[in-house]
Design a protein around this ligand. Sequence first.
Ligand code: PLP
Length: 460
Amino acid sequence: MRELEISNQELSALADEALDLAKTYWASLEERPAYPSTSGKQTTELFSRPWLEEGRGQDVLQDFKSIAEHVRPSTGRFFGYVVGSGEPIGALGELLAAVLNQNVTSWRSAPAATSIEHAVIGWLAEAVGCAGFTGSLCGGGSAANLMALAMAREAKAPANETGARLPCVVYASEQVHMSIPKAVALLGIGRKNLRLIPVDGEFRMQVDALQAAIAADREAGNTPIAIVATVGTIVSGAIDPMHEIADIARSEGLWLHVDGAYGVLAALALPEKLRGLSSADSLSLDAHKWLYQPLDCGCLLHRHPQIARATFSHSDDYVRTLSEDPTEAFAFFEESFELSRRFRALKVWMSLQYHGRRAFREAIARDLHHAQLLAETIALHPELELLAPVPLSAVCFRHRAKDNEAILRGVIARGRVYLSNATINGQFALRACFVNHRTSTADVRTIVSEVIVVADELNR
Ligand SMILES: Cc1ncc(COP(=O)(O)O)c(C=O)c1O
């Protein structure tokens, strides 16, 4: 047998063993701590090792058990950041996608996978009220935001051929996600040309201040190109006023990008609240957040395939498509940033069809309910204080009298729930975010009881 080949018999035994490991892990999720008790020293000692000359064979699968002891498990009691729960049908889809090993550069190199990605893009666009938008899947919201702003720049101040004619200006609220300043820097627009517009008491962009900032830039001879509106800010889930911002973008001739990486899929459960997204030129969302898919699965949606091509098309002859048929001639690399791309769409295709639309809508509605339940429970405890409104599923709060940083450390160390932190109006906040189909009502109540237990133990 040639090197790297394994017999069908051995492969079958290995595959069974790998699936057994996966099944045992899934079955054990709720008994696992919300965060492992581990340290950098421990994980380095366990996992830094030489690559040996001779293979370890089947034994290598046994590593999974110790790896699983030192990962952040996808329990329903992990409430940090915006971490989706990794729905198992999606995980099986990932396995099968890797088995097929498609390179989804274009229809020519991945026929079925390209059509499936187009179908999934259509479902996602329709789910957020943007039927007819096109786009592509990518690594996450950061990649989608970068591609969107690259398109905005090429549409409003073309730079691909001759380089940038500075200064172009982009507008976003003070609460914008860090991926936007990063994109602005990478695109050569410059972070100083990102205007961070003040927010109101509910952490939404102030449209008067936006209008004034655009006027001031025009007066100064700068070139405004784009507004980024956020639907679901990373800290408190605030939703920028879409309609007013869309009106300004239209009257000023600016590109409107919606960063919906965290929040936009709430449109499945709250279509009224999130109406008007289709007035955007582009929109990013993360199926690995509030669509419960295993990492990674970001998505850029837009309604400008021509501009996408103007921005990203730069083809060598060796990838030239040989068909006149538009479906068969289609290439993602002409309309997005990457060439080699994996078959991300298969997990979404399988998971969304396995469960059906209602199951996802209801899971999102339950997350929204859990956030309200936590806010109500906080209100019943006078020693606790809510620090921001709860328009979606992120809840920021604090203990009025104790050291909240010490509380957070204590809560994490106990391992029953995991919270993350944020700063709200200069105050250290405990933050819980619900994007997890495994979370129960009891888990939500545990958040407050854990915070109170740890706070009571402090300074004893
Ligand atoms: C509002 C917002 N935008 C962008 C991102 C970046 O997404 P990703 O981590 O998938 O790159 C996040 C991540 O939490 C986010 O909440």
